[in-house]
Ligand binder design. Structure first.
Ligand SMILES: Cc1ncc(COP(=O)(O)O)c(C=O)c1O
Ligand SMILES: N[C@@H](CCSC[C@H](N)C(=O)O)C(=O)O
Length: 444
């Protein structure tokens, strides 16, 4: 396709609403319908993109420029807008089934922008299991910003409905939640929130699944956001946050603080995210397959595993009614914090690290790491098990991952060797081990 504008077809008209910020670039991609009217699948959309680059470059160039010469032009200053960032925003809007997307410097940056829609006195209803950084920002806003926050078990629709009122201005949901993998009925809760207050905004953090597996806007949410640091980029080489909406007015309200505060994603990071997102489908498919094998292995050997791909998950049916996959994060318990520590330290392929969604497998203890900013008393109140181990599965060979995990379980003393292989210790055995460790460390 040449750099001249695409002819106006029915399909391009339908996509014209992607150009909400008025920049004169073609949407990414141009008409996403092949000749027979069917839509391209998301795996195709992820890699298919067009630019109006003067040299027809295959990859969107990095406009590494703070300023743009001239007056009254499309771009003047990269804080306000940058062609590489705009291109990414259009691409993300398409992938997220949204009319407008905006990209900022981290997932928390996205939530910061979204929460600037709040004003003192507003009420936020949210979960009792949330990413630690989200909890920290909400706590800051309730301590310093006059926001009233209700943390409830969002798997219980009645508990949520009980705190919804005309004062509710925001409902903030994660599904699956981080790290307990609880599933939230996005559609029912969106309807309930809008019924309680038609102006209430339902925000969904979709980081755990990515747009490949779940589209909260199609389920009734007003804004979806994600940490682009995770699955969207996939290689742990960039920090990014994305948010999307179908409401143009809301899109403008989100753009304002990005320009005003200067948290828009840099041109180079925008390019990295554009590159990373192309392989989202292949990465996620492999990661999910591996995760299912590992979750099944742990459950079969007697561990309490939390993964929505397992039939034993309490909200299995709900999850599959709103999502197309289970993702690649799972958590399991051992019954003892010391035992969990030993397992985490005994793995080799699983890097001890926060974050998830990367091509490499990771292992962590949320209470010590990603959720350490939630104080111990609150963690206890919200029933976040101190011994919980979170596994974030990558694209390695699954036999190697299983072997690494099995060796770590054996070396840590978390399993008994049986005729058929290995078996998790019983609660009594684990308690006995903990007592023994305590006695040893208590000795002078
Ligand atoms: C569910 C979830 N949402 C949001 C974030 C924040 O993203 P970022 O680290 O890119 O700021 C994280 C992790 O950091 C997360 O796990
Ligand atoms: N020190 C960081 C911890 C980041 S946790 C990253 C990720 N969301 C996860 O769940 O692992 C902080 O305090 O924010």
């Amino acid at each position: 396709m040449s750099s001249s504008k695409a002819p106006v077809t029915a399909a391009s008209k339908a996509l014209a609403n992607l150009d909400l910020d008025g920049h004169d670039l073609p949407p990414s991609p141009a008409p996403s319908s092949p000749s027979n009217g069917r839509k391209y699948a998301l795996a195709t959309e992820l890699v298919y993109t067009e630019t109006n680059d003067q040299y027809n470059s295959s990859s969107m160039p990095i406009y590494q420029s703070a300023t743009f010469k001239g007056e009254g032009n499309e771009y003047d200053y990269s804080r306000s807008g940058n062609p590489t960032r705009s291109h990414l925003e259009r691409h993300i809007a398409k992938i997220m089934n949204a009319r407008r997307a905006l990209v900022v410097s981290s997932g928390m940056g996205a939530l910061d922008v979204i929460t600037r829609l709040l004003k003192p006195g507003d009420e936020v209803v949210t979960g009792d299991d949330l990413y630690g950084g989200t909890n920290r920002l909400l706590k800051y806003l309730s301590t310093h910003g006059g926001i009233v926050t209700h943390h409830v078990d969002t798997t219980n629709n009645d508990a949520v409905k009980a705190v919804l009122s005309e004062k509710t201005t925001m409902v903030l949901l994660e599904s699956p939640t981080n790290p307990l993998m609880k599933i939230v009925d996005i559609s029912t809760l969106s309807n309930a929130a809008h019924e309680a207050n038609p102006k209430a905004l339902v925000i969904v953090d979709n980081t755990m699944l990515s747009p490949l597996l779940q589209n909260p806007l199609d389920l009734g949410a007003d804004i979806v956001y994600e940490s682009g640091t995770k699955y969207l980029s996939g290689h742990h080489d960039v920090m990014a946050g994305v948010m999307a909406t179908n409401d143009p007015e809301l899109g403008d309200k989100l753009y304002f603080p990005i320009n005003a505060s200067g948290c828009g994603l840099s041109p180079f990071d925008s390019w990295l995210l554009l590159r990373g997102v192309k392989t989202l489908a292949v990465r996620m498919e492999k990661q999910q397959q591996n995760a299912m094998v590992i979750a099944t292995f742990l459950e079969r050997h007697g561990f309490k595993v939390r993964y929505p791909g397992l039939k034993s998950h309490p909200q299995y049916t709900l999850h599959w009614s709103q999502a197309r996959g289970a993702g690649a994060v799972l958590s399991f318990e051992t019954g003892s914090t010391q035992l969990s520590e030993r397992i985490v330290e005994a793995t080799r392929l699983f890097g001890i690290s926060v974050s998830f969604g990367c091509v490499n497998s990771l292992i962590s203890m949320p209470c010590r790491m990603s959720h350490a900013s939630i104080d111990a008393a609150t963690r206890k109140e919200r029933a976040l098990p101190e011994d919980i181990i979170r596994l974030c599965i990558g694209i390695e060979d699954v036999a190697d991952l299983l072997d690494d995990l099995q060796q770590a379980l054996v070396r840590a003393g978390a399993v008994r060797i049986t005729e058929d292989g290995i078996e998790a210790l019983t609660e009594d055995e684990t308690a006995g081990q903990t007592r023994q460790t305590r006695n040893l460390t208590d000795e002078p």
